[in-house]
Design a protein around this ligand. Structure first.
Ligand SMILES: [Zn+2]
Length: 268
């Protein structure tokens, strides 16, 4: 009986050690942390996509953590100026959800922070998750309210947000022809720059899924950087395949801190 209990406790300890890899060495604070967010909103009862929703209360804790521990907030266009600088963080938001304006903007203002918004141009009533997997067609992303052009202009004018490209329709690149890929990836930059009278220098691969041809399209364009959804800290020697630190709505604050320090939370 005692042996069974000891084995059970050992198993729990092993599982927790894999879930939260606190024993894993921290990455140098001279590697920029590019944080990946989607929505800043409270979880809806029974709703899917909870991993994409960081609550406003938790988001404020994130901002307090960076602010109180001496991290400098930058936009992605500034990344090249901070190679090997200590404690630099770039907050990024993917897709263009309305709560980035209603919930994130006031908090970013409060903590004197800034961020980069990777905006999908055809974002209204567009459930792009179905493009990656037809079984994903839950309609949740289509129903989620997106930013209006007026919201976006105000966010840029505030000086807090800059825009990054995230394609026109959020295609699944492996199923997209080379010609369409080029149009989606490069034309979105021109559209955003003209519509919002701003400079767009960074790109985010839709779903974080890309191959070497996609990297080459971005590299040979006028983009200066591109982010993936691969987890980790930024490697300046690979500016077109930058890893990001995932901010998950399923994480507690302890898990968030592990992610910032180590680039990822754990193995399970
Ligand atoms: Zn996206």
């Amino acid at each position: 009986m005692i042996i069974a209990l000891a084995i059970f406790i050992d198993l729990i300890i092993i599982l927790l050690s894999l879930k939260y890899a606190w024993w894993y060495p921290s990455k140098s604070t001279k590697k920029t942390r590019i944080m990946m967010y989607h929505m800043i909103s409270d979880h809806l009862p029974g709703s899917k996509k909870s991993g994409l929703r960081v609550s406003p209360t938790m988001f404020e804790k994130h901002l307090q953590y960076f602010h109180n521990n001496g991290w400098k907030f930058i936009k992605m266009s500034e990344l090249k100026n901070y190679e090997n600088a200590d404690k630099v963080v770039a907050l990024t938001f993917d897709d263009g959800y309305l709560d980035n304006y209603t919930n994130a903007l006031p908090l970013l203002k409060k903590y004197n922070a800034c961020a980069t918004l990777y905006l999908v141009i055809d974002r209204h009533k567009n459930d792009w998750s179905v493009k990656k997997n037809p079984k994903h067609n839950s309609g949740v992303l289509a129903d989620e309210e997106k930013l209006s052009d007026d919201n976006i202009q105000e966010m840029i004018n505030s000086g807090i947000f800059e825009l990054g490209g995230h394609t026109i329709t959020h295609p699944f690149l492996p199923n997209t022809s080379t010609e369409d890929k080029q149009y989606e990836m490069l034309e979105c930059k021109n559209i955003l720059e003209q519509k919002f009278n701003t400079k767009v220098s960074s790109f985010a691969y839709p779903f974080g899924i890309y191959d070497q041809d996609d990297v080459n399209i971005i590299r040979s364009s006028h983009y200066e950087s591109a982010v993936t959804t691969n987890e980790g800290v930024a490697n300046n020697r690979m500016p077109f395949e930058l890893k990001r630190v995932k901010a998950s709505g399923k994480d507690n604050f302890f898990a968030f801190r592990l992610r910032v320090l180590k680039g990822f939370r754990g193995f399970i």
